[in-house]
Design a protein around this ligand. Structure first.
Ligand code: SF4
Length: 287
């Protein structure tokens, strides 16, 4: 079996940055080190941070001292809810901050802000909070069609949205309003991966997408892979990979979401090399 690895694989710059800030804080900052929600969407990273002494909380009331780490997805913090003694480390990705700033700018300019995104995702919720919760979240074309009549809309999107899907929604929205402004806030790293996957799909007859099931950008990659009607597998670890039988697949494309650790990808790479060797000497199924 031929294996085609994507060039854009492993951590993106935003995830790398968040982990670096968190690990430095775990070493140097006042204890306890408390994370408000998962730092990034990857269970293995969260486990590692816990082993390093990190405490994961869901409510600000649980904090009275030490350090509070805000996740990469852009948490909007009400600082009146925490004590002055608490040190805050914000790991929000600069590209997520850009969406928040853009939404706020459009809001101040009198646009009704529309966010194309998943309504339950922390990033989308954070963007909405930046405009006093007055934005409308649109998840699909159906919701775009049913949007009430508005005069002036300013559209941004969650950084991990699918570019094609966003373009389809924009076409619907444009025809509904007099004044329309769109600022492309999809993360370039996410677009690279989506485009690269589309190229890989032209050559591969099956795809392996690596990433957590809670990761939005990984989900987009899986959606693209499945749309091709070719077999697609979504795994989060080597253990999951070992259960797959690739019988009948002669070339496999491999790509990952942006919060997949490089060491996990290395393990998967090594294993697939073995599969490749075995399949070229005998059958295409796994050893
Ligand atoms: S995917 Fe893009 S926006 Fe999200 S954390 Fe990574 S670099 Fe930042």
């Amino acid at each position: 079996m031929k294996v085609i690895f994507a060039k854009h694989i492993g951590f993106c710059s935003g995830v790398k940055r968040a982990i670096t800030i968190a690990e430095k804080s775990l070493e140097e900052d006042p204890k306890p080190i408390q994370f408000l929600g998962p730092l990034v969407h990857n269970e293995k990273i969260i486990e590692k941070l816990k082993k390093q002494g990190g405490k994961f909380i869901s409510n600000l009331k649980e904090i009275s001292s030490g350090t509070l780490i805000l996740r990469a997805h852009g948490e909007i913090l009400d600082s009146t809810k925490i004590g002055k003694k608490v040190l805050i480390r914000d790991t929000t990705c600069p590209l997520v901050e850009r969406v928040q700033r853009t939404a706020n700018f459009l809001f101040k300019q009198g646009y009704r802000v529309i966010i194309i995104g998943d309504k339950n995702h922390p990033e989308t919720k954070g963007i909405k909070e930046c405009v006093k919760n007055r934005a409308i979240i649109i998840e699909n074309g159906f919701q775009a069609k049913n949007l009430p009549k508005l005069k002036k809309i300013g559209v941004v999107s969650q950084t991990t949205q699918n570019l094609n899907k966003v373009n389809q929604i924009l076409t619907i929205l444009k025809n509904k309003v007099k004044e329309f402004k769109w600022v492309n806030t999809i993360c370039p790293e996410v677009i690279f991966r989506q485009k690269e996957l589309s190229e890989i799909l032209k050559k591969a007859d099956g795809t392996l997408v690596i990433g957590s099931h809670s990761s939005a950008n990984t989900r987009r990659l899986v959606e693209i892979a499945k749309k091709s009607k070719k077999p697609a597998w979504w795994i989060n670890s080597l253990e999951e990979l070992k259960k797959i039988n690739f019988k009948g697949i002669s070339s496999l494309g491999v790509i990952s979401g942006t919060s997949m650790p490089d060491r996990e990808i290395q393990k998967i790479r090594k294993y697939l090399k073995k599969v490749k060797r075995n399949s070229s000497s005998s059958s295409p199924s796994l050893p």
